[in-house]
Design a protein around this ligand. Structure first.
Ligand code: 5GP
Ligand code: MN
Length: 330
């Protein structure tokens, strides 16, 4: 079960009338699911809630009820009583929304399930035993005595399904299944959510796989690929959710997988987005945290300055160290 909602955070939510809620850059299903679920839930209590994302809406999640109401930080002009961050392990993941919340001196409540959460904000509810922040919002609905209904259930089951890769990750506990069961009973269509999120692949993404897998590498239990801007351009993609993590992390000979994607920061300087996965018993959460990123024991990431060659050379030794067999416990 999720840990109980802390009394101070619950009181802050109950006392606020106008709330701004925000999730993370490169939003995934749990970012959208928890943001929209939270928005819907608090509106059921008669509150004014504005959902904010630092990036434009990803068309993949446009099917979620209320997705069209999500606004960019630049579109915010009203005043709020409270800001709430969902599925965010550190404030930098808010993108440009962070400066806005800071500037308005808004009290911030943090609801998150990342083990690497840096405990920012005034009110915290961080539960790393939950497989998704959306799972925590089911518990929040219980605490606020709001019954689960279809729009709420659709959003929250989307978050649970995507963060657990459809109940396949090692953190899929009976409590996760119980939350999912209740969401399905409340009207969420599990098969449709899976079809709309995990079980789909743009043709161009598969073409990109063909290019990047040509340079697939395996050493010391680590399998990795690098994705260049040139390769993205060749297939006609600007940026990509590569969707390659599941494939790489299933390679028999590897316990850790990594994807390095060439990017640029706002100044046009080269950066590399790193995405890591580990088999049970191995920890990439620590590696990402060490590098200034974050995530979970089995799935984590960070963005580092430098060219792909520089960054790969810097990160690989840490991954090789993390891929050593765990010490034998008598
Ligand atoms: P993915 O590889 O799917 O992009 O991310 C896996 C996990 O790592 C997610 O839980 C995500 O929140 C976390 N993560 C990925 N990139 C970053 C990053 O740059 N900073 C932080 N703090 N977490 C990250
Ligand atoms: Mn999540």
């Amino acid at each position: 079960m999720p840990s109980p909602v802390p009394a101070d955070l619950l009181a802050a939510l109950q006392n606020a009338q106008t709330l701004l809620c925000v999730s993370h850059v490169n939003a995934d299903g749990d970012a959208y699911g928890s943001l929209l679920g939270f928005t819907y839930l608090l509106r059921r209590l008669g509150k004014s809630v504005t959902p904010v994302m630092p990036d434009p809406l990803d068309p993949e999640f446009a099917f979620l009820p209320g997705a069209e109401e999500i606004v960019l930080p630049t579109a915010l002009h009203s005043r709020f009583d409270l800001a709430v961050s969902l599925d965010l392990s550190s404030p930098d993941r808010m993108g440009s929304a962070a400066a806005l919340i800071d500037g308005a001196r808004l009290p911030l409540a943090v609801i998150d399930h990342h083990a690497t959460n840096t405990h920012f904000g005034q009110f915290h509810w961080v539960d790393a035993r939950c497989a998704a922040t959306s799972q925590m919002i089911v518990a929040l609905a219980d605490a606020l005595q709001v019954p689960l209904d279809r729009p709420l259930a659709e959003a929250l089951l989307t978050g649970i399904v995507t963060d657990t890769l459809c109940f396949r990750t090692s953190n899929t506990t009976p409590a996760v299944l119980e939350a999912a069961m209740r969401l399905q009973q409340a009207g969420a269509d599990l098969a449709q959510i899976v079809q709309r999120t995990l079980h789909r692949l743009p043709f161009r993404t598969l073409q990109l796989w063909a290019l990047v897998l040509d340079n697939l590498q395996l050493r010391e239990g680590v399998v990795w690929v690098t994705v260049s801007q040139q390769q993205l351009r060749t297939v006609g993609l600007q940026s990509a959710d590569l969707r390659l993590s599941s494939v790489l992390s299933s390679v028999n000979e590897a316990v850790i997988s990594a994807i390095f994607t060439e990017k640029q920061d706002q100044n046009g300087d080269p950066t590399v987005e790193c995405s890591f996965r580990a088999r049970p018993g191995y920890d990439v959460g620590k590696v990402a945290f060490q590098l200034g990123g974050g995530g979970h024991t089995p799935a984590s990431g960070c963005t580092l300055a430098g060219t792909p060659d520089d960054v790969v050379a810097r990160v690989l030794p840490l991954l090789f160290a993390a891929s050593q067999p765990p010490p034998h416990t008598p």
